[in-house]
Design a protein around this ligand. Structure first.
Ligand SMILES: [Zn+2]
Length: 329
């Protein structure tokens, strides 16, 4: 879950303001010791963090970017810079653990191996539990010289206020649709249905790219067909539940939640932003039923996210039966 190694990180066109701000601070020697990069998933916070780290570590940056030629850039291109650390939840864990934070605090307290900046990129910051967060506070309160902590979060409100208040926050809002389309078009093969891709990714260009790279579009289309078949009575809740349990259930349900949200937005705001089959499906449905159904989906997503362990087959079947109940005319 990190981008270390590979080509230099390129600045994303919709992040110019954020770059300007950080570079101004840097040029005036006012860069704080901790930045909180906050904004929705899939807009490029990781790329920003990596490009910033590469820039700050570079021996001869050019036009506000790392040179790609010097010794420090060499380490970064190889993904082996000893003074750049990534902290993310370990495999199979949903949380950044206290041991990881302690190791980080200790390493930030030591002298940089390359005599420049020591940088740590920690994400998703909201996955620190209270103990991990408290362990980090010490670093934030008594930062060592030439250290920079980059905390990345999709959910800043879930961070401890004491952490938030010790970081300078930079917001990363969604780019405009046009910016996303322009950028995406230059990063995917010709003939790629960029509008549909972006649509499925809720206008988050990096998420759209990931979706394409993971052959996600086919999967989403399949889920959509499955669900429509269920409502049309061509597929039973039992068989669909079995089918969907072969995927990451959190992922399927998050998709369904997004789809229903858009259908509701279509009903309420009259925005026609949903594909035709879904429009037809829900045209005669009472919006309240849609809200209730969306609540039920989100509730199950929440349960899964919290690590609660419901009987997945039964929970999913119940949700699908409720879907039939609410959506069949
Ligand atoms: Zn360089």
């Amino acid at each position: 879950m990190n981008l270390a190694g590979g080509p230099l990180a390129i600045k994303l066109p919709w992040q110019q303001q954020q770059w300007q701000r950080v570079d101004d601070l840097f040029q005036h020697n006012k860069l704080p010791h901790a930045l909180l990069l906050a904004g929705p998933a899939g807009v490029g916070k990781q790329r920003f963090a990596l490009a910033l780290a590469q820039y700050l570590m570079c021996e001869s940056p050019q036009q506000g970017m790392a040179c790609g030629q010097c010794r420090q850039c060499g380490f970064n291109l190889a993904g082996t810079h000893p003074d750049l650390k990534w902290v993310t939840p370990e495999e199979k864990s949903k949380h950044i653990k206290i041991d990881q934070v302690r190791a980080l605090v200790e390493s930030l307290g030591q002298t940089a191996q390359q005599a420049g900046y020591k940088i740590c990129i920690l994400l998703p910051a909201e996955t620190m539990n209270i103990n991990s967060a408290n362990a980090l506070l010490k670093s934030l309160e008594e930062p060592a010289a030439n250290t920079l902590l980059l905390l990345l979060t999709d959910a800043p409100s879930q961070l401890l206020p004491t952490i938030r208040s010790r970081c300078q926050r930079i917001d990363f809002p969604l780019p405009s649709k046009q910016q996303s389309l322009d950028w995406l078009s230059t990063h995917v093969p010709a003939q790629t249905p960029v509008e549909a891709l972006l649509h499925e990714s809720a206008n988050r260009p990096l998420a759209a790219l990931a979706l394409l790279e993971n052959e996600g579009m086919e999967r989403l289309q399949q889920w959509s067909q499955d669900y429509l078949a269920l409502i049309a009575g061509q597929l039973s809740a039992l068989s669909l539940a079995e089918k969907w349990l072969e995927y990451d259930l959190g992922e399927v349900l998050t998709w369904l939640s997004r789809k229903l949200s858009r259908v509701i937005a279509g009903h309420v705001a009259g925005a026609i932003d949903v594909d035709e089959n879904w429009q037809q499906l829900t045209a005669s449905v009472n919006p309240q039923s849609l809200f209730n159904l969306l609540d039920a989906v989100n509730e199950l997503v929440d349960k899964l996210n919290r690590g609660a362990n419901p009987n997945r087959q039964l929970a999913l079947e119940a949700l699908l039966l409720e879907s039939c109940d609410k959506l069949r005319s």
